[in-house]
Design a protein around this ligand. Structure first.
Ligand code: FMN
Length: 184
């Protein structure tokens, strides 16, 4: 899939079929995540892949908006070394986006999920104290309710999103002609 088109078409999806995700497909997605750059190439990010049903149910309590995540065939927990400093959050985002765009390219659905209660992740998966459970990404083949998410909406128009030169300047056009699969 052409990258630009994939960037526009990717929606965060919480509906999955029960079909398992093969080891080969998992490897492709995990390798794409692995290739994300990191500050000073410090590589503070580690992933935990969770498919055990009991663990997935337990992880529902790790987020305030995570009641549905046990429906996903695969939960990936993205962690970062706590001593990696504030840039680890950017690193986590890059790894998560690589993972989700690779999933999208392969026809899988995905959704990022916030970890509000990291201790739940620590207890469930044995994550040590010097490692921070930072974000969850759910993965699976798209299910029947793959429509817009409950809080989905169109993205900001380009003119509101971008200023040219300084903060108060006129924005960068109106985005006309740019395909936005979220709204079309
Ligand atoms: C940092 C971040 C945290 C998110 N946390 C949650 C979450 O806890 N639970 C959830 O169901 N969706 C979560 N989402 C998904 C957002 O709701 C979704 O990105 C947004 O509604 C846009 O959806 P769309 O891409 O389908 O338009 C999160 C997304 C991001 C980027």
């Amino acid at each position: 899939m052409e990258t630009l088109r994939a960037l526009h078409a990717k929606r965060d999806t919480r509906s999955y079929t029960e079909a398992p995700v093969s080891a080969d497909v998992m490897d492709k997605m995990l390798n794409a995540a692995r290739m994300a750059g990191s500050a000073k190439n410090g590589q503070p990010v580690r992933l935990v892949v969770v498919t055990d049903h009991a663990d997935k149910v337990a992880l529902k309590a790790s987020g305030d908006y995570a009641t549905w995540i046990d429906q996903a065939p695969v939960i990936v927990v993205l962690t970062a070394r706590a001593d990696a400093g504030p840039r680890r959050l950017f690193d986590i985002g890059r790894h998560a986006q690589n993972l989700m765009l690779a999933a999208h390219d392969l026809g899988l659905a995905s959704c990022p999920v916030t970890i509000h209660h990291p201790d739940v992740v620590r207890e469930t998966l044995g994550v040590p104290e010097d490692v921070e459970p930072s974000m969850i990404v759910t993965l699976g083949w798209p299910g029947p309710e793959g429509g817009p998410s409950p809080v989905a909406g169109p993205r900001l128009p380009l003119a509101e999103y971008v200023s040219i030169g300084d903060w108060d300047s006129v924005g960068h056009g109106d985005g006309a002609g740019v395909e936005d699969a979220a709204t079309s």
